[in-house]
Design a binder for this molecule. Structure first.
Ligand code: ATP
Length: 287
């Protein structure tokens, strides 16, 4: 069970308020009785890439999984605190609102009132291993859209093409849209998962070490794709690869033992880390 990382206050820079799309505030997370996150703050700026870095087990994936409540699928896992999507609290239900009021007398923020599947359409996720569904390339991309919207065939064709283009995969697959998604290379499969994720036009796309199973060429292609996608989406990426975080992200959060230690613009965090823990990590002294 991870112990909390000391008591020092996190070093936090903040994007301007009107640029925030998603924000975790004082987030605690529990696997049963084991606490994995301790009072984590994470402000996500719109149309930017935010990277989460830190040694293995520090809570990066846990934080990412909290942001679209994917943990709801697993009994015994729960989060407390706030996660604001466009200023509405996606963790809030009536009971937690009452607890918050009782605790700190704050005026409760409006609950988002979303069901979790609607939430996951707004905050999409791409996993570490490419996970195409066992169906055609076309149907992989159309799958999520069909869950939420009725579209004509012509409209769906447009959505599929646009999503594959934005994921930089169209040219490689346009002549074999009916072939199985499982027949693509690992890098192509991962871009297919990105296309599937963006087809429903989420506001935020979460990526959990999306390049860890890819070769350097596919990794470079995926990074290029993400930098293009930043024009339309807000991206949060967990990565073990510090060069990757430095190359593609605008903001970086360094986590340690379940806490956010330092959150700042990427160049500043890498070039002038303020916390000794961040400094040790980004200079390769540990981890
Ligand atoms: N299903 C689970 N049940 C119990 N504890 C868990 C579970 N998943 C993760 N943990 C614990 O929560 C803590 C944070 O794990 P998490 O996977 O978020 O870390 P991470 O920073 O993403 O690590 P890595 O870089 O190795 O993927 C760890 O101590 C881990 O052991």
């Amino acid at each position: 069970m991870p112990a909390a990382a000391g008591t020092e206050a996190p070093i936090m820079a903040r994007p301007p308020e009107d640029r925030l799309v998603l924000e975790a505030r004082q987030l605690d997370f529990f696997y049963g009785k084991t606490q994995a996150l301790f009072g984590v703050d994470l402000p996500i700026e719109r149309n930017r890439i935010t990277a989460l870095i830190g040694p293995s087990g520090c809570g990066k994936s846990t934080l990412l999984r909290a942001l679209n409540r994917i943990y709801d699928l697993y009994p015994g896992q729960h989060a407390t605190g706030r996660i604001l999507l466009e200023n509405k609290d996606i963790l809030a239900d009536r009971a937690s609102q009452a607890r918050l009021r009782a605790r700190d007398g704050e005026v409760a923020l409006e609950p988002a009132g979303l069901n979790v599947s609607a939430l996951r359409a707004r905050v999409g996720m791409v996993f570490q291993k490419p996970t195409p569904f066992p169906m055609s390339i076309y149907d992989n991309v159309a799958y999520g859209v069909r869950l939420y919207h009725r579209k004509s065939r012509a409209e769906m064709d447009q959505i599929v093409e646009r999503s594959l283009r934005r994921a930089a995969l169209w040219d490689e697959v346009k002549d074999k849209l009916t072939a199985s998604g499982l027949g693509l290379s690992g890098g192509q499969q991962q871009r297919l998962c990105v296309a599937r994720g963006i087809a429903v036009e989420p506001e935020v796309l979460l990526l959990d070490e999306p390049a860890s199973a890819l070769d350097p060429v596919s990794t470079a292609k995926l990074e290029e794709t993400l930098m293009e996608l930043r024009q339309d989406f807000s991206i949060v990426i967990v990565t073990h690869n510090l060069q990757q975080a430095a190359r593609i992200s605008d903001w970086t959060g360094f986590m340690f033992l379940g806490k956010m230690i330092e959150f700042r613009p990427t160049a500043e965090l890498f070039e002038r880390p303020q916390s000794p823990r961040t400094r040790d990590y980004v200079t390769g002294r540990f981890g």
